[in-house]
Design a protein around this ligand. Sequence first.
Ligand code: GLC
Length: 742
Amino acid sequence: MKNSLLLLISFLLLASFKPQDKGSMGAKINSLLTKMTLQEKIGQMNQLNEWNNSAEMEQTIRSGSVGSFLNIVDAKKSNELQRIAVEETRLGIPLIFARDVIHGFKTIFPIPLGQAATWNPQLAENGARVAAMEASAAGIKWTFAPMIDITRDPRWGRIAESCGEDTYLTSVFGAAMVKGFQGDNLSAPTSIAACAKHFAGYGATESGKDYNTTWIPEVQLRDVYLPSFKAASEAGVASFMCSFNDINGIPSSANVHLNKDILRKEWGYNGVLVSDWGSIQQMISHGVCTDLKNAAKMGVEAGVDVDMMSFAYTNHLESLVKSGEVSIKTVNAIVRNILRLKMRLGLFENPYVKEQNPMPYYTQESLQKAKQAAIEGAILLKNDNNLLPLTTATKKLAIIGPLSDSQADQLGTWCFDAEPEHSVTPLKAIQQLVGNEVSIIAEKGLTYSRDKNQQGIEKAVDAAKSADVVLVFVGEEAIISGEARCRADINLPGAQSELIAALKATGKPLVMVVMAGRPLTIGTELNNADAVLYAFHGGTMAGPALADLIFGKAVPSGKLPVTIPRMVGQIPIYYAHKMTGRPAQNIDLIDSIPVGATQTSIGFTSYYLDAGDSPLFHFGYGLSYSSFSYSDVSLSSNKLQDGKTITVSCNITNTGKYDAEEVAQLYIRDLVASLARPVRELKDFRKIHLKAGETKTVSFMLNNEQLAFYNANLVKRTEPGDFQVWISTDSQSGKPATFRKI
Ligand code: GLC
């Protein structure tokens, strides 16, 4: 019986051959596939987290019932398990060991939102390269990063892991991170497979609450949420991960249109699609599946290759195939993707990791790269009277706040393998930098960011009174940022606002540094501080980076990758919004309306009576210690024909006294189209270095493709008509030039 079954399955296999994999890799995959039993194929589709029964784990491997593990981060241990897979299983197919290495493994870089704030993708590539070099030494060959969900809602804790609100900026940074993780050769010892996640639309989660539903019209899905994933696919990302959310009622783990029509057919993607943790099983909770067997069927039919921790495939796929409910061809296509990934990683030739001692962690080069990213990711929001940079003429400095000396919190979310003892905090870094020349008094005032106990504020105020300048480090603990860490109120938590008000009352010059996992509604505190640096969670070297910025060894160059709202009630608020039929004008704010005003005595346009229509700070905004002037934009032509490009240029002058970096941003607006278009869309950017007084001409090429959008019939095209174009220092500034697409 068994032989005839094997014969039948082999025959079906031969019938299911598609010359998808050509060449030697294809031959190897085909050869292996013909030898594999159904159980062995299903084993490859099973991804497990380590559990505390080694004997059972080893037997699971030995029986070929698992294809990859996540969260085993020890070279020796992964080699031991790998040896069982390679030497004690029937076909010796190696395992992959995976881990979330989101913004560093041991050397922690700024959270991805902070990396995006650098507008320097090379720094993000560097960070991913350092992460890959460190993680691969521990046996990791697959990371679940970059997270390239677009989000316009800072209530969502996972905004920390994202590159912010803009499709183009996220596309550029996601591709850079893929390159950093995967290197030039995925089979190299320090290369690890990257994973574009979460596919798709997760950042549109309703009300900013994690795992919530999303309602995304397909034109918006294709214009806003998918391009960063397409860019990652084109960058050669080795895998994708399903998102937890449903899009318009269809969970991504069951979304045939997303995972097959778009990812596989339209984009021709042939990497691995892994579920998110339990996301196949969670389709029961979504209410689209009756039970785990039904979920297994829907997942495999939606092209989810690997089941992370739902146990759906391992428990039900064999019976589904034997009953004919799932075709063996479907399983074979999936297993091909998995074998292809393992071959691209070179695991068949080199399944083991070199066990090093010492491990290549925290090298000076890595730490320097992390520091540079933290320097360039800090955004100067305010600098009244040029208070910053400080000099050692400041004889006494008070360093205050719950984030001034918190090694763990400055690392931010998603840094499982970090060692906080390696973090250099702002207090320690400033002491190291200027402690010999400046007297420093440190009083936290609050012991942690959520601390409501104000008893420590008095001592902080006394410290401030004794100092020439006060530095206060505030923000969020790491634990209130990241997955499932959503906040309906995004003010500074705890009594931080009261602390800042008390420091303000001393009359001392006050510098506020915010270290958070999201934009916070800091309007009140902004008024109380003379200077404000927004640093997000800056990683291992956040302290030295901030010390260099505060004392002028570095000049701020960060720009906001996300809008900072005035009030949480404005959310979603983002720069690339539509004009609407009644754009805000003649704004009458609530406190200015006369008592007894009649219904028609104030306007009827789009704004909030209690917040107006603008954010606290807009996308792309960031100051420098220097200043820059932009000339009018010039165009090589005021007409753009199909297949042609126009050159858009302007001169940028550093009009200040510091050599500095500036991020020139290229925006367009399609003035009239078949669908209302955003008032601005970022299409390119360039970070340039300008010496004090220097002028440089910055030019961008603009082509037809960059202007295209999906129309109501889901056709992507550029429509004839007039466009505006800016080269500006942020998403609100500058004077546009106009050209016509003909
Ligand atoms: C988590 C996250 C995902 C991560 C996975 C494995 O729930 O949603 O981003 O890669 O599980 O840890």
